[in-house]
Write a protein that binds this ligand. Structure first.
Ligand SMILES: *Cc1c(COP(=O)(O)O)cnc(C)c1O
Length: 459
């Protein structure tokens, strides 16, 4: 029997997952090759080992179904995991819907988002391999703060290249990173060839994620092995680390005596969505379940719903590997929406392949209705969501309203990937009526698409 009044479904420390789930073991679609950006030939481990420690490279290409979570990583997960699963009774009531709405709350992590789930193992495997320092980029600062905390736990130095306009607009994220012990630089900097070239062309460059990635990669690649590079989304190993979310949620839905009809997450590079959804995809593929899995992107950066499924560079400067993914073109500069974490031109290759195969659905939602959903959620459930997570809330509310229209009981589960306490200027703009819907940038996408690498698919 479903307990109709229970709100929180909590697990014990002993229920913390012991394994990450590697979806590649059950994937019905063949993996596509990862190519060197300079030659467009398949990458070799020595190309990747300049940037990543061997344990992470092996996870990146692994087809083992379950990979054991090291005890040192589980010990730190215990600071905030298992995270709560909550039934949104008050939101259901406000929508007057027969649907049941559940959220998995990753904002409960000390860094405020799901990103700590991969930052901890990435720092751990680097420490184990003898790395002295990590470099990374950050846009809005969520990834930088998660990695700063993880590096602090393992005694690694961290250099964060933070997009200059965010560095100036989000000083508190910078202070958070510095509090955890990281060094933060406003990118473009004069510390790298890539940064100096940008500054020479435009001393007032506001920076971009593409430029910041190029700087962080250059510092690691030229450090003689002392420094490695770390990425917060997109890659197979990153998505795999996030599956602790879905493994816990499966157990918690059991506690609620329900099973989701639909599982929802917002997508930037694809990690929080995949972390929740891949264990449910396993149940669909292997155990006869039929949950719909819905990825939600902003209509201003609609890589899955409006992009092409093609090989493309991971970054603007063409230094990162070329992968097959849904992309808007590596040269695409997205409109400046408030969900900074969703402004990436591409999408994780595995998630792209599953969307292409029809195993996962994708939809795009606009910024204004997203903030309307965020405010309604804050006023009913109390949590002020990150603007990124609010995209998932919009989609969950639309599902609940659709269920009401059709008179169906529908069980909806979404990932509340982070809280919005550092995003209050976006809320201020919305509350003052100053937040506009960014239009879909048709021309910018067309221009960027003209520059995709010409890859003849290797045999
Ligand atoms: C970074 C971020 C995202 C987007 O990244 P994914 O890799 O797609 O999960 C979503 N929500 C929050 C709160 C984030 O910080």
């Amino acid at each position: 029997m479903t307990n109709q009044t229970q709100t929180r479904f909590l697990l014990n420390e002993s229920d913390l997952p012991k394994f990450w789930y590697n979806v590649m073991a059950d994937s019905p679609v063949a993996p596509t090759p990862v190519l060197r950006p300079d030659t467009l030939e398949p990458v070799t481990p020595d190309f990747l080992s300049v940037l990543f420690p061997m344990d992470l490279i092996l996870q990146e290409v692994s087809h083992e179904r379950y990979i054991e979570i090291p005890e040192e990583v589980r010990e730190i997960y215990k600071l905030y995991r298992p995270t709560p699963l909550q039934r949104a009774h008050r939101l259901e009531k406000a929508l007057d819907t027969p649907a049941h709405i559940y959220s998995k709350y990753e904002g409960a992590s000390p860094a405020g988002t799901h990103k700590l789930n991969t930052a901890i193992p990435q720092a751990f495997y680097n420490k184990k391999a003898g790395t002295k320092a990590l470099t990374t980029e950050t846009g809005a600062g969520q990834w930088g703060s998660a990695l700063a905390l993880a590096c602090n736990f393992f005694g690694l130095d961290l250099e964060v290249y933070m997009v200059k306009v965010s560095y100036q607009q989000k000083p508190y994220r910078r202070v958070m990173m510095e509090t955890y012990g990281a060094q933060v630089f406003a990118s473009p900097t004069d510390r790298t060839n890539n940064g100096r070239a940008v500054l020479k062309a435009d001393p007032n460059s506001p920076g971009s994620l593409g430029i910041a990635i190029s700087e962080a990669v250059e510092v690691a690649a030229t450090s003689g092995g002392k420094k490695k590079y770390s990425l917060g989304s997109v890659l197979n190993h990153v998505l795999m680390h996030q599956t602790v979310i879905g493994e816990e949620a499966l157990k918690q839905m059991d506690l609620a005596n329900e099973y989701p009809d639909v599982v929802i997450g917002c997508v930037g590079g694809g990690s929080n969505f995949s972390g929740l959804a891949y264990p449910f995809l396993r149940e669909n593929l292997k155990n006869g379940r039929r949950a719909r899995l819905v990825a939600v992107e902003p209509s201003a950066t609609p890589s899955i719903t409006k992009g092409v499924y093609a090989f493309d560079y991971g970054d603007t400067a063409k230094m990162a590997p070329v992968v097959k993914m849904y992309t808007l073109g590596h040269g695409f500069i997205p409109p400046s929406i408030h969900a900074g974490g969703l402004r990436y031109h591409g999408m994780a290759p595995s998630l792209s392949a599953f969307c292409d195969a029809g195993l996962i659905e994708a939809i795009a939602v606009k910024q204004k209705p997203t903030f309307e959903a965020a405010v309604q959620f804050a006023r009913t459930e109390g949590i002020i969501p990150a603007p990124e997570s609010a995209h998932a809330i919009r989609a969950a509310m639309d599902e609940a309203l659709d269920a009401k229209k059709k008179g169906e009981k529908r069980v909806i589960l979404f990932n509340l990937s982070g809280h919005g306490h550092f995003d209050l200027s976006a809320y201020e703009a919305f509350l003052n009526g100053k937040l506009e819907d960014a239009e879909y940038p048709v021309e910018a996408v067309k221009a960027a698409m003209a520059d995709l690498p010409k890859v003849s698919m290797p045999a």
